[in-house]
Design a protein around this ligand. Structure first.
Ligand SMILES: [Zn+2]
Length: 432
């Protein structure tokens, strides 16, 4: 099922022409309406008339999270407040959050895009969709809510938390689509198991998951525990929220809504644009946003673009699942490590649960990594000897992949905290 074949399956040449037309209009718009961009363009000595092809985007300066933060709260808005009908913000774990605005047209675009994501993931007008994302300044809840309503699904805005009640509603309402973070979906599965729910007997059939990186192994866990088809979708507050990209039924990369977003991958160190197929930092330019356009926004997310045609018929380019963030990278004893590398090793090992925590600390002048891994209740070993041997085995596997030694400590089933929102996998005590 394709929500908008006219755009999602557009001829690539026509799509490029549309993108260029929209890019030129955007540059004119921000030059006239946002002092920040006018100054940046003048500093870079770029005139509106210099943008003759899509390649010319490389002449434009990047926009960073710090730029957005420096203009807190409304300095980057390209329309007067009377035209802004909605405001959202990023979580802002450190310092001021990033505040974004939407005009009525932006809200309409947003629901069109999340309608595409929901449809690509398998949702239809006949579905009962349980929204277990939090509502509020966070864009996840409102974004997916609007798309599901647009396709005609019956939306149940439960929000996060109170997992037993979530499961009760799921049973009583006959929920068929679940929308939340992948880690919360796993938590729902676990709580359900504890209270004796057989998910194979529920009508639940589709999961639309986002706001968090999630591995292939985690998808398999969720699909087998909840008896659903689970897809990944991608978005970020600074660009629009959910709706930037999403997987189709082939689950081999996320289609990017290129008629609304111009995507590039760059070398995070040099800023050079990369050819598709090479891993780099994702950079987005919004082509249609009115209230909060961004030009060459550096997401810090690392992935690879896939230009090969997809069997689903969409012509939109795909991105691989995000590997990690440039700022997620942990540097320990001069070695670059991504939590996703540790995760991929753990998920290959029988007898442990997809719950772990990575703790980085400094002992004297020495950086150490400890990985806490939850055992599954079925095979929690009795003897100390077996336990230690199991730990050593995981340590060896991790050392092969990471190139440095890490300490593994097995912990009891269900002893690590479960987040209902985004889960915090890495604790870097060196920062404290
Ligand atoms: Zn596809």
């Amino acid at each position: 099922m394709i929500w908008n074949p006219e755009y999602e399956c557009m001829d690539r040449q026509k799509l490029k022409e549309l993108q260029l037309k929209r890019l030129q209009a955007l540059i004119r718009w921000v030059y006239n309406e946002v002092p920040f961009y006018r100054e940046r363009l003048e500093e870079a000595d770029v005139k509106i008339s210099d943008i003759k092809t899509l390649e010319d985007i490389q002449k434009l300066p990047f926009t960073t999270k710090d730029d957005l933060r420096d203009n807190y709260p409304f300095g980057m808005f390209a329309v007067p407040m009377e035209n802004v009908v909605r405001v959202h913000s990023s979580s802002g774990t450190t310092g001021k959050p990033i505040v974004v605005g939407y005009t009525r047209a932006d809200i309409n675009t947003w629901s069109e895009l999340t309608a595409r994501i929901a449809t690509a993931g398998g949702a239809t007008a006949k579905d009962i969709a349980q929204m277990s994302f939090s509502y509020g300044l966070f864009t996840g809840g409102f974004g997916m809510h609007a798309g599901l309503e647009r396709i005609g699904a019956s939306v149940v805005p439960v929000s996060t938390g109170n997992t037993e009640r979530q499961i009760m509603l799921m049973k009583d309402f006959g929920t068929t689509v679940l929308v939340c973070t992948p880690s919360y979906a796993l938590h729902i599965a676990e709580v359900g198991e504890d209270i004796g729910v057989d998910f194979s007997r529920l009508p639940l059939r589709v999961g639309l998951f986002g706001a968090e990186r999630f591995s292939e192994k985690m998808r398999q866990e969720i699909e087998s525990k909840l008896h659903i088809s689970a897809t990944d979708n991608y978005g970020l507050t600074e660009v629009i929220g959910p709706g930037v990209a999403g997987e189709c039924g082939h689950k081999d990369g996320l289609h990017i809504n290129e008629d609304h977003f111009l995507v590039e991958t760059i070398d995070p160190d040099t800023g050079e644009q990369l050819e598709p197929g090479n891993e780099g930092e994702l950079v987005f330019t919004t082509l249609t946003k009115e209230a909060f356009p961004v030009i060459r926004y550096r997401t810090r997310d690392l992935t690879r673009l896939m230009t090969e045609p997809c069997a689903c018929g969409r012509s939109l380019v795909r991105m691989e699942k995000v590997k990690g963030r440039t700022d997620d990278m942990i540097i320990v004893r001069g070695v670059n490590i991504w939590p996703s590398q540790i995760e991929s090793v753990l998920f290959e090992i029988e007898g442990i649960e997809p719950h772990y925590k990575i703790i980085v600390d400094r002992h004297g002048s020495m950086d150490v990594i400890e990985v806490l891994v939850e055992m599954s209740s079925e095979i929690f070993p009795g003897g100390m000897k077996e336990l230690v041997a199991f730990e050593r085995n995981i340590e060896e596997k991790l050392q092969t992949v990471l190139g440095i030694r890490v300490d593994v400590r097995l912990v009891e089933p269900k002893s690590l905290d479960r987040a209902s929102g985004k889960s915090q996998r890495v604790v870097d005590k060196r920062d404290l």
